[in-house]
Design a binder for this molecule. Structure first.
Ligand code: GEK
Length: 241
């Protein structure tokens, strides 16, 4: 696995973060060393999806990157007639994801789509996964996207929403951010890398609180929206229609 050294050297100007070729080349290493719990979340998402997937429905992996969630969905879901729609708006991600999925062939059929998830139709869905993607959607578009997901889900369908979040009060947020940075340091990132990445993500990754996410989900019509996973300031919610 290629190692992420993108922010290892000091940069005079740190440009806003983008999912370009450089990021794609090191993505599996970057996400595993940056997101606490990521490698545990994947099989657990597969487990939840296998319970909630309905026969002859669609499962969506929105912001699929290199298809890590798609792979667990296609392996774990056993219901007849299911298809997966995997969507990302980064051409570099989609191209590499296409090769990865083609090499590891079996399981449910996958429609891989290069598109903005804010424009992607959601239809006859039983499982929708947003694994650390929603945080990159501009805040002004978030309510509409969650409403479209809700409307596209079948009764009893679920949304799995994993996000980096902020906490209140400020002291708790400071603690969890510090623990996250300790996690990155323990995984070999330097203070310079941590600080330049943080600068790159400013105004690109915009976090909300867990209550903000829950309020939006309930407002859209979900019957419940509960936390089922937390590792420092990274969480996952399960919203059930
Ligand atoms: C995983 N889920 O491995 N439309 C489509 N894709 C988008 C949009 C958008 N509006 N905004 C961002 N993306 C994956 C990890 S990474 C998380 C998801 C991270 C895509 C973006 O191109 C990138 O591939 C992905 O969302 C976010 O479980 O890097 O922290």
């Amino acid at each position: 696995m290629a190692q992420d050294t993108i922010y290892a050297a000091e940069r005079p100007i740190v440009a806003p973060f983008a999912f370009d070729e450089q990021v794609v080349a090191v993505f599996p290493d970057m996400i595993a060393r940056s997101v606490p719990g990521y490698e545990l979340l994947l099989p657990l998402i597969g487990q939840i999806a296998s319970r909630y997937a309905q026969p002859h429905s669609r499962c969506y992996d929105l912001g699929c990157s290199l298809g890590a969630v798609t792979q667990v969905l296609r392996q774990r879901i056993q219901k007849p007639g299911c298809r997966i729609t995997a969507v990302d708006n980064s051409r570099a991600m989609i191209e590499k994801c296409h090769h990865i999925l083609a090499r590891s062939g079996n399981g449910l059929p996958v429609d891989l789509v290069e598109a903005d998830i804010c424009q992607t139709p959601i239809v006859e869905a039983s499982v929708v996964v947003l694994n650390f993607t929603f945080q990159f959607v501009p805040p002004a578009l978030r309510d509409v996207l969650i409403q479209r997901i809700y409307d596209g889900l079948l009764p009893g369908g679920v949304l799995i929403l994993s996000e980096k979040v902020v906490f209140e009060p400020q002291e708790l947020d400071d603690l969890l951010v510090t623990l996250h940075h300790d996690f990155k340091r323990a995984n070999g990132y330097s203070d310079l890398e941590i600080s330049q990445k943080r600068t790159a993500l400013e105004n690109v990754l915009i976090s909300e609180t867990v209550p903000q996410h829950q309020a939006r989900l309930l407002q859209a019509g979900f019957a419940s929206a509960d936390l089922w996973f937390q590792a420092f300031n990274f969480v996952s919610l399960l919203a059930i229609k």
